[in-house]
Write a protein of this length. Structure first.
Length: 265
């Protein structure tokens, strides 16, 4: 059974898709910057056998429609809580990649009572630099859709290994189509959130079972970033998968095995 709906959050509505048995434990997937809930198609097909899989387009992305502005992780994290409330889910497992992984850190620090477990994938306690994100958001606001086309052209080298780009051009082209279609205002608002995001001195306070997934060839959020989180989050485990930044797309089997082992443990 599949079900797509819009859920009201502060300033608009998020596009949410739910798959799997209604009475199964909930598992929420959160996308990376410049992608949509479709990035989780393979994981949703697999994990919806045993979980009520909830996916959503992060505000400013895909079919979600929210007012523009400078977003924050207080907002992005509260969106997840609003989705859980609307779906009457008391507690959920959570899996987010990159920006979505940082949303997971926010949930672990601010909404732990709503979480069974959190998988923080290809992410970091601080992603990039404030200067880099501010430059990118200014460029996107100035150039609009032309900037999204430029980002679509340049993103494969940050998202995938050269070998994967050569071997799986259709997967790469699909990911490029997501970022090309993202609303520039929404993308810029999320860059603003990333610019202000740094929980390096707080993650020791995470009180939720945590898995860190790192891509061995990820140039954006590195294995060292993953190790830092694993060393500072109490009880966290680290799984390294043979992939670059969008590891669930590049190495789905290794990604799903790591996530599945963690969820079953
Ligand atoms: O992927 C993310 O959510 C943040 C990092 C990023 O945007 C990678 C990139 O395209 O530069």
């Amino acid at each position: 059974m599949s079900n797509e709906q819009f859920i009201a959050v502060q300033g608009g509505n998020l596009r949410v898709r739910v798959d799997g048995p209604h009475d199964a434990p909930a598992l929420v997937f959160s996308n990376s910057l410049g992608t949509t809930l479709e990035m989780w198609d393979a994981q949703a097909a697999k994990f919806s056998r045993d979980f009520r899989v909830v996916r959503y387009d992060t505000r400013g992305h895909g079919g979600s429609v929210v007012s523009p502005g400078a977003y924050s992780f207080d907002l992005l994290g509260s969106d997840v809580v609003a989705i859980l409330d609307a779906l009457d889910i008391a507690r959920a497992h959570f899996c987010g990649i990159s920006m979505g992984g940082f949303t997971g850190l926010w949930l672990g620090l601010n909404a732990a009572s709503r979480m069974h477990s959190i998988a923080v994938c290809n992410s970091a306690a601080k992603i990039g630099t404030a200067e880099g994100w501010n430059t990118r958001s200014a460029m996107v606001r100035e150039k609009g859709v032309a900037a999204m086309k430029e980002l679509a052209d340049s993103s494969p080298s940050r998202w995938f290994t050269e070998a994967f780009i050569a071997a799986q051009p259709q997967v790469v082209a699909r990911a490029q189509s997501w970022i090309a279609g993202v609303d520039p205002q929404g993308y810029a608002g999320c860059c603003d959130a990333l610019a202000g995001a740094d929980v390096r001195d707080r993650i020791a306070g995470m009180a939720v079972r945590t898995l860190i997934v790192a891509g061995s060839a990820d140039p954006v959020t590195t294995v060292a970033d993953g190790r830092f989180m694993q060393e500072h989050i109490p009880g966290a485990t680290l799984a390294e998968v043979p992939a670059s930044h969008l590891s669930n797309l590049e190495a789905p089997q290794a990604f799903d095995d790591a996530l599945g082992r963690f969820l079953r443990a």
